[in-house]
Design a protein around this ligand. Structure first.
Ligand SMILES: Nc1ncnc2c1ncn2[C@@H]1O[C@H](COP(=O)(O)OP(=O)(O)OP(=O)(O)O)[C@@H](O)[C@H]1O
Ligand SMILES: [Mg+2]
Length: 1052
């Protein structure tokens, strides 16, 4: 135990007392209470004393100190019990329950709220929205249920007038995923009447004092509770620290958070108002001289209007239900039977009680519908585990005790019985069974009292039921007489009849039960009536037919036809008994944790511990016996296999599996290794551990090893995952490989199919479409396409006669430089090249040209004529002249057609030729019109410029026949090919082609430029030449303006 509490605070566990006597027990309780230590353990049972003041024991910090700790690590606290229940549930996947018991005002409800807060605080670290919602509803539901089910009593200003058992469902991670509230026996008679100093349910005062004026007006209510019969008694009383208005707001807000719609909240307010109005309705029998003799009437009819309006039912029907009842006569005939004033009042009260009870049940069901676990499948989500929290009304003794107190005290007897069963009896029985040496502890077993109440046929409830079901006027008095007859010898039952000298009981009215918690005298008045719990069917039908859906939903039994014969409904007593039996069964199936609440004084004040009062509670709660059993007993017991499963990793002999003869022997070895064998006892099938310290020690050494085991498991699992991944990856690659292979094969097959006909001349597969290749074959396909093109070209070229080869080469050369740059370059024509020798092209002067050629061939020794044509040229004096152009494999000649094609200029195609020309004087003499010569004179030829040669030519992109020939050392020659047959034949491409091909053959580059505005140089001056298409132009001619030439081209 952590040393937060010094010895001056007393013993934190009553088990540690030196002597187990009542005096020692009370002494310790007192010391602790005075030091503000309101919690003390008896083993795992928590004893809590109501401090009646706010202590700094709660809140997030305190929660953090208890979270994940063992019960004994910190000072005793509710949080420790909540934590123990939560951990037991998580560790062992066992359902647990926390049973909070104690008399009225002992602090049960407060304790249950702290437990809820703890559970809400330590769960859902991942903030899942659904879990947050459930937690919100769990926390808020308390506020709403307290408003409708709690009231101020003389014993407790916020006394629960109903029993509450709340199940919280957890998923495998330990987060709350839903819940369910069971409510037990609401003390509905409180709606009608309260003892002096007590109040009706809080909800009525909250509506009256908390609603806005406007809403009150709509409800026809006034703020003063003294104006209503049902709230008059408590009108002057308030609840401790209560501001009714803020409570009203808190409840309305809580309802909103839970999921009540605004319409539903309005309906709830209307129903509460209707009950208040109903309480004020009174009846008179109309006297003689009135409207109708002897007829019953309502004193204030406006109240009927209000009730009708608020319950959304027809006014006449409300009035009829209040004044009369419908009965089915034998022949299924319906007759209306008027009430007497007393009957009417009774019916009104029954109705008011029933409406409130249904309202309360509806609120509980509505909360449950919001909290229920949704969409959970145990196969997918794992089994839900449950923590139940029971906060049920405490044992009660009033000056006058009625049916409700009887039920409440019976309930407490049942719970005490369960406590005895689980903590005292079962424990001792188990020691015996397991063969553990044990000294029996005596305790009072209240089974006989439980039996007195619930025994079939003779028990008080059975006698009461019989009285209710017997025809004829059975009175409460007769019921009491029957009880006296049956139980005259019962040690726990007495009455004035049986004990005439006892004047504390009234003759013919009271009986007394010696409860485990003390004697309670019950007045039988109203027992039969309350047990029968009768309400006329007319009211049920009326409310079922309400147009308010909320109210209608509370009365499904109003649907039933009046003539329908139904089984007698179970009485209130039997229903309660059944619910108690079910509750106890439910609790017994769970691992219980107990909180035993003690009320320190009757005055509800802080720091006062009324010893007599507390002694009494300690005695009847059986706390001393509890301590004795605990001291003699063991903190924990576990079957050997389960113990091993949990702790086997802490010992080398047991991890991972032991080889010893039995689990028991293995457990022995384990404990010996830890040196704990002195603190345990070995039963036949279970190990009993005496002190929690031992358990804590084992837990700690287990906790140290868990990370290592987790690592081991993770390692193995990660390995498995990696191997699985690797296998998948391999499979993926195999599939990919096969698929690729398949794609390649398909592609190649397709190629083969398509290209089968590729060898066929004359197209050689020209129009074949290549199938799109798979990505992997793209480079292969590129190479194939290139190869195919070459192969096809080869096939085509192979068939060309050698004589055409020069032309083909020229065309290819032209294509390279002109394609896509010039519109038409005449590739589709046959290129005749030497047009001036052609009789078609040059019919008049072909012979003259032939002679000139002969002369030139002898002089210059050329081998072939590359090109010849008539041209129109423009010179630097802007004069246009007709000339002829001759291109041989050695020179470019400008000839004068009018003078037998006399050579006007000869430019060597290659610079080497110009060297030769300079050396050979004769040759030079023939080279006319060169370079600087302004007026060429054939007799005195100018010297050739050094390294003179044709360097390039420029053409336009159009269809015109303009050519500018560039030569190093010469003016650029601007000509337009013309006088061709057919006229305007396109021969520029041919000139470019043959010259380029020739230069390529010579191994040098020729510059070919395509431009629509060609720059040129003449005598050092830069000029431009462009083309202007002119439809009316008869034949091409040059024009000069502003120093630029324009070829006027006869465009058609
Ligand atoms: N731990 C606590 N700290 C401060 N005050 C407390 C504590 N427990 C109880 N009280 C005070 O005691 C009053 C009564 O407590 P509570 O309503 O829980 O009693 P109960 O056992 O539920 O009674 P009943 O059986 O009548 O419902 C509370 O209103 C509160 O003022
Ligand atoms: Mg309570």
């Amino acid at each position: 135990m952590e040393d937060e509490e010094g010895p001056e605070c007393g013993k934190p566990d009553f088990v540690l007392l030196d002597q187990v006597t009542m005096d020692d027990f009370m002494e310790n309780l007192k010391i602790r209470f005075q030091k503000g230590r309101i919690y003390t353990y008896i083993g795992e049972v928590l004893v809590s004393v109501n401090p009646y003041e706010e202590l700094p024991l709660y809140g997030p910090e305190a929660i953090a100190r208890y979270q994940g700790r063992e019960l004994y690590e910190r000072p005793p606290h509710l949080y420790a019990v909540a934590n123990a229940a939560y951990r037991a549930m998580k560790r062992r996947s066992r359902d647990t329950c926390i049973v909070i018991s104690g008399e009225s005002g002992a602090g049960k409800t407060e304790a249950s709220k702290h437990i809820m807060q703890y559970i809400a605080a330590v769960t859902n670290p991942s903030q899942r929205a659904e879990v947050e919602r459930v937690k919100d509803v769990l926390l808020k539901s308390t506020c709403v249920l307290e408003a409708f089910g709690n009231a101020r009593t003389n014993r407790n200003h916020n006394s629960s007038r109903f029993g509450k058992y709340m199940d919280i469902n957890f998923d495998f991670k330990g987060d709350p995923v839903g819940g369910h509230i069971h409510s037990y026996l609401l003390e509905k008679s409180r709606v009608l009447k309260q003892h002096v100093g007590e109040r009706n349910f809080h909800a009525f005062y909250q509506v009256l004092r908390g609603c806005e004026d406007e809403e009150l007006r709509k409800l026809h209510l006034q703020r003063n509770p003294a104006l209503y019969n049902f709230t008059r008694q408590g009108a002057g009383l308030s609840v401790l620290d209560t501001d009714e208005k803020s409570h009203h707001q808190a409840v309305t807000e809580a309802m909103r958070v839970i999921g009540f719609s605004p319409e539903e909240v309005d309906s709830v307010h209307r129903i509460l108002a209707a009950i208040l109005h109903l309480g004020n309705i009174e009846f008179v029998e109309v006297e003689e001289g009135g409207l109708e003799q002897g007829r019953l009437a309502v004193t204030e009819e406006v109240l009927v209007d209000h009730v009708a309006e608020l319950t959304a039912t027809p006014r006449e029907l409300v009035l009829r239900c209040l004044l009369a009842r419908t009965v089915a006569s034998g022949g299924r005939e319906l007759i209306e039977k008027g009430h007497t004033a007393a009957e009417a009042s009774y019916a009104r009260d029954a109705c008011a009680k029933a409406v409130y009870q249904r309202l309360f049940e509806w609120v509980v069901n509505r909360i449950n519908s919001v909290m229920e676990t949704r969409g959970r499948d145990p196969r997918r989500d794992g089994k839900d585990t449950v923590i139940g929290v029971l906060d049920i009304y405490g044992f009660e003794v009033f000056p006058v005790n009625s049916f409700e107190q009887f039920c409440i005290n019976y309930c407490n007897e049942k719970l005490q019985q369960l406590f005895i069963q689980l903590i005292l009896k079962q424990e001792q029985e188990e020691y015996e069974r397991e063969g553990i040496t044990w000294q029996t502890v005596e305790y009072f077993n209240n089974a006989t009292i439980v039996d007195l109440v619930e025994r079939p046929h003779r028990g008080i409830l059975a006698v009461l039921d019989e009285a209710c079901s017997t025809a004829g006027p059975i009175t409460d008095r007769i019921f009491l007489q029957t009880l006296d007859t049956h139980h005259r010898h019962h040690p726990h039952y007495t009455s004035r009849q049986l004990c005439p000298t006892d004047k504390t009981m009234e003759f013919g009215r009271d009986f007394r039960i010696k409860h485990y918690a003390g004697d309670v005298t019950y007045s039988v008045e109203g027992f039969i009536d309350k047990n029968r719990d009768f309400l006329f069917q007319d009211f049920k039908r009326l409310l079922y037919n309400s147009t308010d859906p909320t109210l209608r939903a509370m009365w499904p039994d109003g649907q039933q036809d009046i003539t329908e014969v139904t089984k007698r409904p179970l009485t209130a007593g039997t229903l309660f008994k059944n619910s108690m039996v079910a509750l106890v069964e439910n609790l017994a199936s769970k691992e219980p944790f107990y909180v035993r609440c003690i009320k320190p004084n009757e005055d509800k004040v802080a720091k006062k511990l009324d010893e007599g009062h507390c002694r009494h509670q300690v005695a009847y709660l059986g706390l001393l016996e509890n301590v004795r059993v605990r001291r003699a007993g063991f903190a924990s017991r576990q079957p050997y296999p389960r113990f091993l499963l949990r702790y086997k990793m802490t010992c080398e002999y047991t991890w991972p599996n032991h080889l010893l003869g039995s689990d028991k022997a293995a457990v022995g070895a384990l404990l010996e290794q830890h040196g704990l064998q002195g603190d345990v006892a070995f039963g036949h099938s279970k190990l009993f551990i005496r002190s929690p310290r031992t358990l804590v020690m084992l837990e700690q050494s287990r906790a140290c090893l868990i990370p290592i085991i987790v690592l081991l498991l993770q390692k193995a699992w990660r390995g498995t995952l990696a191997r699985r991944y690797c296998r998948r990856l391999r499979a993926v690659y195999t599939i990919m490989r096969s698929f690729r292979r398949h794609k390649v094969r398909t592609h190649l097959t397709e190629m083969q199919r398509r290209f089968q006909a590729a060898r066929q001349p004359p197209l050689y597969g020209r129009d074949l479409v290549w199938p799109p290749p798979p990505a992997v074959l793209q480079p292969f396909q590129d190479i194939c396409q290139a190869l195919f093109c070459r192969w096809r070209a080869r096939q085509l070229v192979k068939n060309i006669p050698p004589s055409d080869m020069a032309q083909i080469k020229a065309k290819v050369a032209a294509m390279r430089v002109l394609q896509e740059l010039r519109q038409d370059w005449g590739c589709r024509r046959a290129w005749a090249q030497d047009y001036l020798s052609s009789a078609t092209d040059n019919p008049t002067a072909a012979d003259l040209f032939a002679q000139r050629l002969k002369t030139l061939r002898e002089k210059d020794g050329f081998r072939a004529v590359l090109f010849s044509s008539h041209v129109r040229k423009v010179n630097r004096f802007n004069k246009s002249r007709d000339r002829a152009l001759l291109l041989t494999d050695r020179h470019l000649y400008k000839l004068e057609p009018g003078r037998q094609y006399r050579v006007m200029r000869a430019v060597p195609l290659d610079a080497r030729l110009s060297e030769e020309g300079r050396d050979a004087a004769g040759g030079v003499g023939m080279l006319l019109g060169c370079g600087a010569c302004l007026t060429p004179d054939p007799e005195t030829p100018p010297p050739l410029p050094a390294a003179a040669q044709v360097t390039g030519l420029s053409v336009t992109s159009g269809r015109d026949q303009l050519v500018v020939l560039h030569a190093r050392g010469y003016d650029d020659l601007v000509v337009c090919l013309h006088r061709s047959r057919p006229p305007l034949d396109n021969r520029v491409g041919e000139l470019v082609g043959v010259l380029t091909a020739h230069c390529q053959g010579e191994g040098r580059a020729l510059e070919v430029r395509v431009s629509d505005c060609i720059p040129l140089t003449q005598r050092g001056a830069r000029r431009l030449v462009s083309v202007e298409p002119r439809p009316e132009q008869p034949e091409p001619d040059f024009r000069c303006s502003h120093g630029a030439f324009t070829l006027l081209w006869p465009s058609s």
